[in-house]
Design a protein around this ligand. Structure first.
Ligand SMILES: Cc1cc2nc3c(=O)[nH]c(=O)nc-3n(C[C@H](O)[C@H](O)[C@H](O)COP(=O)(O)OP(=O)(O)OC[C@H]3O[C@@H](n4cnc5c(N)ncnc54)[C@H](O)[C@@H]3O)c2cc1C
Length: 464
């Protein structure tokens, strides 16, 4: 039997592509090496972290009930119950993915998949090794945490995004290396659960891919809430002592400091899973381990596509993986396929306050020669933010002076990861700042701050 499509990997990229292929009537199989479908995002990424983040949000309210005009004596954090809740959510959605495969007549093929040659995929399972035939293959093998040289993950002391999700108790102290999305999200979660958190970042600012004002605001808030943040920091001599972790860090002022903590989270980026998937048998080209693709996600090997975290040049995000899957399947099925626009990919970083962003930062817009006009509106002046007691942050709009084109929107504050959808839609629909100024925003809402921010590009915000 020849499949129309075999997908290797069932993360958000792979399973979304599988559903779409099923909808188009392609005979599809999805190979997964792990016992469950769903990949990094569902099992050790997006979903469990956001479940913990929600618990941290609720716990924050319980710790300071007086701010809501309430009393709640002696609140208790039951970390086992928090983890059980998280695990239940993950298990529910893993079943959901299984259901989606059945509903769309996608065959779940258990085992390890690798390209074998033209139109062939080798399947290595517990039972045997077979060769499957396919007209098209999508590589969706995802990524894993990079480790620092000489370090080994350890269930209690040297953690990646996997071990940290299985801790039996809230650690008293934690050092986090890396202030990208993964590092700052765990900092935000564990700080609020009561861990003394230190974040060490080699670059000059936290969340370095975000607009500089966003980085400043997050660092300010982190410091205010007791997280120690050291940027421009170089870490060395990391030792797992069995009862904790010790390391030396050279700070930005060139002083060296010895630090220790109960555990260390290594959050220094994610390496693409492109070793041992048979690309050497093909014309698939790699760039520092990432797969090179054209706008339709095609690799250099005819009939082989790549999507998600393994792809060169696009951010490692679940929604990017899923959309790339749609593009690849539409292309192979001869349906209209709309390549990803790199500039309209929303980024969401789930800290407190949260971050949502799309498009060019102010610095990028100026570097690209735009006459950038910036509007900024603080949540301090938004009435719903006051009602929620969440005043931190702002909405920043970067626009081109000439036609009022929206070049980028950068939000840090309450529900920033939800609010960014308005900016993404506006940019996708090629709405101008003027269109957004004339868009009615319901009152009182957090998203009214968006309307005010668009107005502030021309100095016309009402609420400040
Ligand atoms: C802590 C953390 C939090 C995150 N939070 C977010 C978030 O909030 N929002 C967001 O958009 N992104 C988030 N991400 C990133 C997101 O998880 C990834 O971008 C996304 O999972 C990538 O999807 P993918 O389909 O490319 O690969 P993956 O989800 O990594 O899935 C790949 C799958 O392929 C399987 N596989 C690999 N090799 C083989 C093989 N040879 N044969 C068979 N199966 C194989 C793996 O077992 C895995 O199931 C987070 C990541 C981490 C680590």
């Amino acid at each position: 039997m020849t499949y129309d499509l075999i997908i290797i990997g069932s993360g958000p990229g792979g399973y979304s592509a599988a559903v779409r292929a099923g909808q188009y009537g392609l005979k599809t199989g999805i190979i997964e090496k792990d016992p469950k479908l769903g990949g990094t995002c569902l099992h050790v990424g997006c979903i469990p972290t956001k479940a913990l983040l929600h618990s941290a949000d609720v716990w924050e309210y319980l710790k300071h009930p007086e701010e809501q005009g309430m009393r709640c004596d002696n609140p208790q954090l039951d970390f086992k119950a928090v983890n059980d809740r998280k695990n239940k959510i993950v298990a529910k959605h893993a079943k959901g993915v299984e259901g989606l495969m059945k509903k769309n007549k996608v065959e779940w093929i258990k085992g390890y998949g690798r390209l074998k040659g033209k139109g062939q995929v080798e399947l290595i399972s517990d039972k045997d090794t077979q060769t499957l035939e396919a007209r098209n293959v999508i590589l969706a093998t995802g990524s894993e945490a990079r480790m620092l040289p000489g370090l080994q993950p350890d269930p209690e002391r040297i953690l990646t995004n996997i071990e940290i999700l299985n801790l039996a108790a809230v650690p008293k102290s934690m050092i986090i290396i890396g202030a990208g999305a993964v590092g700052v999200e765990f900092a935000s979660i564990f700080n609020r659960f009561g861990t003394k958190v230190t974040v060490l970042e080699m670059l000059p600012r936290v969340v370095p891919v975000e607009d500089e004002d966003v980085s400043k605001e997050l660092e300010r808030h982190f410091k205010k809430t007791g997280i120690r943040v050291e940027t421009g920091a170089k870490v060395g001599d990391i030792r797992n002592t069995g009862s904790g972790v010790k390391l030396n860090v050279t700070l930005s002022n060139s002083k060296t400091e010895a630090m220790e903590a109960d555990c260390l989270l290594v959050a220094v980026g994610r390496k693409p899973n492109t070793e041992n998937i048979g690309v050497e048998n093909t014309r698939v080209e790699l760039d520092r381990g990432f797969v090179k693709v054209n706008p339709y996600q095609q690799t250099g090997e005819p009939g082989v596509y790549a999507i998600g975290d393994i792809v060169a040049g696009t951010p490692q995000l679940a929604h990017v993986a899923a959309m790339q899957g749609m593009v690849a399947v539409a292309h192979m099925a001869g349906k209209p396929a709309h390549p990803i626009n790199r500039n309209r990919i929303p980024g969401a970083t789930y800290t407190d306050p949260g971050i949502g962003s799309v498009g060019l930062t102010e610095a990028q817009a100026r570097a690209q020669g735009f006459k950038a006009r910036v509007g900024k509106f603080p949540f301090m002046a938004n009435s719903k933010a006051s009602i929620l007691g969440k005043h931190e942050g702002f909405v920043k709009v970067v626009a081109d002076e000439k036609y009022g084109e929206i070049l980028g929107v950068h939000i840090i504050g309450p529900e920033a990861f939800e609010l960014i959808s308005e900016a993404v839609t506006a940019m996708e629909a090629e709405a101008t700042v003027e269109t957004m100024m004339g868009t009615i925003h319901a009152h009182p809402t957090i998203y009214e701050a968006m309307g005010d921010a668009f107005n502030s590009v021309y100095g016309l915000a009402i609420n400040i």
